[in-house]
Ligand binder design. Structure first.
Ligand code: HT7
Ligand code: ZN
Length: 900
């Protein structure tokens, strides 16, 4: 397949000013008439017009109303004899497509009998021939015609101009979008839908209509989405001065969708997973997901739509920035300082669980990639989450106000344009001439061009006589495929010192150090050291003896920190660190180190992983009178098996998924048993009363109670006690909300309790008609801890059920992805059967939906870190897939790169 290179970017040979589309919607054969006004781009050498197309049937092409010559170059429609000057001309193209056969879910497709579109990144070319690239922006007028009884609601971007009835029971609607937009933001929906509506008046005094469209039975599940949307509108205006620029803002939910949601101008299309939420069927995590994705898509209206990307290499310009904005939104919505910190911890857990492995694996790529074969493969955690961390570092360097100045200048300069990551960086820098950024900008921009997670090594030296503390920081970024040599980056490292009494020690620097700002009036508790060289030292004065350094507070940069901290220092910080992120991190480091020791080949598996002092430290956190329940739940949750695997891989240790699983199970049993009385207290003290609320405090309480129930059932599994499994069964049966029901079911399933089967059957009977709740039922079982290899046969058996289908991405993700990506010990089997199953499913999915198949293909990215025999069977499975000659471009790119 052809490689597309960033260096080859050239402006388009033509501009498209306006597009007039008429759709005659029909599942088997939809007819699309595309009348557009184009003009030559006189700034580039004269070339033929090459219009992108994909799986279209072409009926007619007219130039200025007359037949004209054209040719096909593969799927590209080529017109040579066009006006040579800059004057506009009209082109009319008539095509048909087949939505009911569109299992890729790109372009125009059907879901539950309704029509939807997905155009990002290159789906518009599956609707009509077009210059399907983000730097070609046009105004759109869209006429939709369809059978009125089957598709009573007809939607497109912008404003409804006219609607009415036609002959034969058909009707029409005409929409006009006044905003110029790239084709990837185009959308159409036609269906039997109902809407929750809300009129709002924004700060600017303008009235707007917000609508959330769903299938008729789902209206009672749209309240949270609407409240989140209203909050997002208010937040963007308050925090960034960015108002809603549309009279009408629509959100529509579909149950067949490749990703979470899509920010089409004024007509966001969502996976039902991120719209529908009611306490009986949605968990706290689901409620939080709705808020964050509703926010994310809404924030794209400015960061992505008003200012868009020049080309797809700049994807992180909109995605990294918008993830940063949705993270900030969710933090602000969480309220208290502690709840904000919990959100930050959760975001970093996600980054480390997904982006760090990507950056260390065969598909590592920079935040602004240099090349791709299939753009759909580049909607990655590097573009999104690492991109967001890069944006966050601007805010760390410039402060909130400086960051806001940068944003203001970015919009002042680029509103209505298609721009690059360089343009964003320049605006941040130019808006903050007094900051360290202008001098560091070329070096800072290496964050966009260099792949790989930097390793920052810290060394601490204390001079008791001089009462000085010197911290030496060194950076090194390991090589990644295609990038052998790395240059030093600009790394902001936020530092604190926890004194012997547990209080922060004020940090006073020696003169002339590169850091935060000019000497502050009063020494602050936290200092931001800017590491710009390969190695640099920072000395602080008036430091008492016995302090514990607290480094990379708030996770101030997306790096791996290596610091040989003593066990006593770790325990001290777990007990006292004023930075909640680092306090949590101290506990996780302790647990990760213990797990790594225990899982390594030389360890004695019979020995307990945690010692008495460590257990007491965990008990102290659990019983702490001031700490929030949400924080406690995070602090007492063991690192996932995949986190332990990555930690071991980063130390060059072979990854044995079975040993890691055994270690983690042993640690769980140890914590369950040693803290038995404390877990009982935690369960009893964190029961709720009253109606379900998804707020941070209530969900934190439920998280801790759920963890306590799991621990109590684990302990019961060891002792044979029947009380706690009985309580779990009752809860799984009668819980008033899905969070508690799922926690109880998980406790039964994870302890292989005989009541688990009965509880699962009851669950299925209750939720058989609710697709999202049923997805949880499949996922729960795919995540069962393996006992004698029983999970794979269970997954195969579940696939035979009439309510399973590979065609629905949510269902495939619930069962197959969960098994392959979230249950490592069940997946990486010594007999290789898990890997063979993966190959089978990747191939089966590829025939239906290459985008989804390519995501599953990523499950074996880290095969080279595995111990034998897992490594060989994983490679063999990759080779099996690579040997198929009919592979999509999507899967081909992933497996070829994985095999290196
Ligand atoms: N900008 C969107 C990315 C997207 C997508 C969404 C749905 C289906 C296919 C898709 N391809 C790319 C989602 C977002 O980041 O907001
Ligand atoms: Zn996005």
């Amino acid at each position: 397949a052809a490689t597309i290179r960033r260096a080859d970017y050239a402006p388009p040979a033509f501009w498209i000013d306006s597009v007039n589309l008429t759709f005659d919607l029909d599942p088997a054969k939809t007819r699309v008439l595309n009348r557009m006004t184009l003009r030559r781009n006189m700034a580039v050498p004269a070339q033929p017009l090459r219009l992108d197309g994909d799986e279209l049937s072409l009926s007619r092409v007219l130039l200025g109303g007359q037949g004209c010559s054209f040719r096909m170059d593969g799927q590209t429609l080529v017109l040579e004899n066009l006006p040579e000057g800059p004057e506009p001309f009209e082109l009319e193209i008539f095509t048909t497509c087949c939505p009911e056969k569109n299992t890729q879910l790109m372009g125009l497709f059907m879901s539950g009998g309704d029509f939807f579109t997905q155009c990002e990144a290159e789906g518009f070319r599956r609707i009509t021939y077009f210059l399907d690239r983000p730097d070609v922006m046009a105004t759109y007028t869209v006429t939709l015609r369809a059978d009125k009884a089957r598709w009573p609601v007809l939607l497109s971007n912008g404003n409804l101009i006219e609607s009415g009835d036609l002959d034969d029971g058909r009707h029409f609607a005409i929409w006009h979008d006044p905003h110029k937009k790239p084709s990837y933001l185009f959308a159409v929906v036609a269906g039997r839908l109902v809407a929750r509506e809300q009129r709002i008046t924004t700060r600017a005094g303008k009235e707007h209509l917000l609508q959330v469209f769903v299938r008729p039975g789902d209206l009672d599940q749209t309240g949270h989405a609407m409240r989140s949307l209203m909050a997002a509108v208010a937040w963007d205006e308050a925090r960034f001065g960015l108002p809603l620029d549309l009279e009408r803002f629509m959100v529509v939910a579909t149950s067949d969708f490749n990703m979470g949601a899509m920010e089409n101008k004024g007509l966001n299309i969502f996976n039902t997973r991120f719209v529908l939420a009611k306490p009986a069927t949605a968990t706290d995590a689901d409620f939080a997901g709705v808020e964050s994705v509703i926010g994310h898509e809404y924030f794209h209206n400015w960061t992505g739509n008003r200012v868009t990307c020049r080309d797809w290499f700049q994807l992180s310009l909109k995605e990294g920035l918008t993830v940063f904005r949705d993270q900030e939104f969710s933090q602000d919505m969480a309220g208290s300082e502690s709840a904000r910190a919990v959100k930050r911890i959760e975001d970093v857990i996600v980054l480390r669980a997904h982006q760090f492995p990507e950056d260390a694996g065969p598909l590592a790529h920079p935040v602004r990639p240099d090349e791709y074969q299939e753009i759909n493969n580049f909607y990655t955690t590097t573009i999104y989450e690492k991109g967001a961390e890069v944006v966050r570092m601007y805010q760390t360097l410039l402060g909130r106000e400086g960051f806001r100045r940068g944003m203001d200048l970015y919009f002042e300069r680029h509103d209505g344009q298609a721009v690059t990551c360089d343009d964003f960086a320049q605006a941040m820098s130019d808006a903050n001439p007094q900051s360290p950024l202008p001098a560091l900008l070329p070096q800072f921009k290496r964050w966009y061009s260099q792949a790989g997670t930097p390793v920052v090594t810290a060394e601490s030296r204390y001079d008791e006589a001089a009462q000085t503390w010197t911290l030496t920081l060194a950076q090194h970024t390991p090589p990644t495929p295609g990038q052998a040599v790395k240059e030093p980056l600009v790394i902001p490292v936020r530092i604190g010192l926890v004194g012997p009494d547990g209080q922060d020690v004020p940090l006073q620097t020696q003169e002339g150090q590169q850091g935060e700002s000019a000497p502050a009036a009063a020494p602050a508790a936290t200092f931001t050291a800017l590491l710009t060289e390969e190695k640099a030292s920072f000395t602080f004065i008036n430091v008492p003896a016995g302090c514990a350094p607290s480094l990379l507070r708030g996770f101030s940069a997306p790096v791996r920190l290596q610091y040989a901290e003593t066990p006593a220092q770790l325990l001290h910080r777990l007990a006292h660190d004023s930075d909640p992120f680092n306090r949590w991190e101290a506990g996780q480091t302790l647990l990760l180190q213990a797990a790594t020791r225990h899982a390594s080949a030389s360890a004695n598996p019979g020995e307990p992983a945690l010692n008495g002092a460590q257990m007491e430290a965990l008990r102290a956190v659990l019983r702490h009178p001031q700490l929030d329940a949400a924080f406690k739940a995070l602090a007492l949750t063991l690192p996932a098996e995949s986190d332990i695997a990555e930690h071991m891989a980063s130390q060059g240790l072979p990854v044995d998924p079975q040993r890691i699983h055994a270690t983690r199970q042993a640690m769980l049993a140890q914590i369950a048993s040693a803290l038995q009385a404390d877990w009982q207290w935690a369960w009893q003290a964190h029961q709720g009363s009253g109606a379900y609320q998804p707020d941070a405090a209530s969900s934190g309480r439920r998280a801790l109670a759920g963890l306590a129930l799991l621990m109590l059932c684990l302990n019961a599994q060891a002792t044979g006690d029947a009380v706690w499994p009985g309580k779990a069964y009752q809860r799984a049966k009668d819980a008033g909300n899905m969070t508690e029901r799922l926690a109880a079911l998980t406790a039964l399933i994870h302890t292989h309790h005989p009541l688990a089967g009965k509880a699962l059957a009851r669950y299925h009977a209750l939720f058989a008609e609710d697709a999202l709740a049923l997805d949880k039922w499949f996922a729960l079982q795919a995540r069962t801890p393996d006992a004698d290899g029983h999970v794979l046969p269970l997954v195969r058996q579940l696939m035979q059920r009439p309510d399973f289908t590979l065609k629905n991405p949510n269902r495939a993700r619930a069962l197959i992805f969960t098994y392959c990506l979230n249950n490592p010990a069940a997946f990486h089997r010594a007999d290789g059967a898990g890997h063979a199953f993966w190959a089978e499913q990747v191939l089966a999915l590829d025939a239906l939906n290459p985008q989804v198949a390519a995501r599953l293909a990523r499950a074996l990215d880290r095969w080279a870190t595995l111990a034998e025999p897992y490594r060989s069977s994983a490679r063999a499975a990759l080779q099996t897939v690579a040997a198929r000659d009919t592979l999509s471009r999507d899967v081909r790119e992933v497996v070829t790169r994985a095999l290196g």
